[in-house]
Design a protein around this ligand. Structure first.
Ligand SMILES: Cc1cc2nc3c(=O)[nH]c(=O)nc-3n(C[C@H](O)[C@H](O)[C@H](O)COP(=O)(O)O)c2cc1C
Length: 221
């Protein structure tokens, strides 16, 4: 797949076919993604690939923890307050997701069910958890994690796989560690799901928007 095409046609996939992702394909993607840039070639990323029974257990437990109303305590705290423009954008994507799922705003139960599905990682057959050692300066290592994550998503797309970067996969790190042997000294940054997309599903097909370049670009000549 041509690179511009890959970048502009990748989208977050939130409904997968049940087919497992072949281990060889996951390995091929990671093998290529290791060529991602990092500060001074430090390559601070560590990836846990979770599939099969441990993933099924984690998806179920993560959904339940959310439905139990547990307070999230991610290793990478999420901001609680966002500027108005950004808030408008995340509210809009939330609306579009619910509309695609035909869940009316006033349907509290439906919304809760949907949120639960999010915490169950949209039932993806593969999860990559990106971690860094706690001894590292986190803000800086995160730049490198962002670079490799996007590379993984694009490579997956080029091989016909869907992906979704999921903050909700890392909301309860202590729960992750109950199922997945990530040592305490590794901070869980975020997870990326992989799987074959259900191409017909409305949740994989709603229209997305982006700011136009002039809104965020300043040219200095
Ligand atoms: C750091 C990060 C965390 C994200 N967490 C979630 C999440 O928890 N749930 C979700 O449905 N999508 C999540 N996404 C996907 C974004 O919603 C998505 O990238 C954005 O809406 C743009 O849509 P696109 O990826 O289809 O282009 C996350 C993306 C990023 C980069």
């Amino acid at each position: 797949m041509e690179i511009f095409q890959a970048v502009t046609t990748r989208r977050s996939i939130r409904k997968f076919r049940p087919d497992p992702v072949p281990e060889g394909l996951i390995r091929e993607i990671i093998e290529a993604a290791r060529w991602s840039p990092s500060w001074a070639n430090t390559q601070p990323w560590e990836i846990w690939v979770v599939v099969g029974e441990p993933l099924e257990r984690f998806k179920k437990a993560n959904r339940q923890r959310f439905l139990d109303g547990a307070i999230a305590a991610p290793d990478t705290p999420m901001p609680e307050v966002w500027p108005e423009t950004l808030k408008r954008r995340y509210t809009e994507i939330g609306k579009r997701l619910l509309t695609a799922m035909e869940i009316p705003r006033e349907d509290k139960e439906g919304r809760l069910r949907y949120a639960g599905d999010t915490f169950a990682l949209f039932d993806a057959p593969c999860l990559l958890l990106f971690c860094v050692d706690r001894s590292l300066a986190r803000e800086y290592a995160m730049l490198d994690i962002g670079a490799i994550q996007q590379t993984v998503c694009l490579l997956a797309h080029a091989r016909g796989l869907g992906s979704c970067i999921l903050a909700v996969s890392a909301r309860y790190p202590e729960l992750i560690r109950e199922t997945i042997p990530i040592p305490e000294e590794k901070a869980v940054i975020i997870g990326v799901t992989l799987g074959y997309p259900d191409s017909e599903a409305p949740i994989n097909n709603f229209t997305r928007e982006r700011a136009i370049p002039d809104e965020f670009t300043t040219w200095v000549r």
